[in-house]
Design a protein around this ligand. Sequence first.
Ligand code: 4NP
Length: 166
Amino acid sequence: MDGGNEHKVSVLFVCLGNICRSPMAEGAFRAAALERGLDCISDSAGTASYHVGSQPDPRAITVASANGIDIAGQSARQIERDDFFRFTHIIALDRANLETLRAKAPRNGNAALAMLMDAVEGRRGEPVADPYYGDLPSFEAAWTTISIGVNAWAERLIRESANIKA
Ligand code: 4NP
């Protein structure tokens, strides 16, 4: 990220493998931000390294595509130390991954850590269940929750960036 962007909102979505939930969140969030004119960098990563370099799970690609979003070009990567300095927000898809992020966070990192559903009134702390061992309906259910979460984050970040500029 170049020096001119240091205050620009930037969001990293994190799940375990970075092939199911966080790629869907990255894709859905990018669309939600674009729709609202929110100027924001977004990316995704996994806390685990099992799938580094892989394309999203075909079921995630199918469900995203059915919702008009192409995530096929994404490639899995693992969270790294620099992410805690490069991103303003790191958003976990479930509690276990939030705990892993907290354990990995450098003391002087500046990213705010949160869970996806924290931005949704009445659903704070709710996890997005891992659909990996499920079937297509499990991915559809994950998409529905993720979509609600990312739209709420887009709204929240618009309000936050208006406060920063004010
Ligand atoms: P994700 O799903 O964390 O949403 O990408 C998973 C992907 C792979 C595995 C577990 C969860 N795995 O055990 O390989």
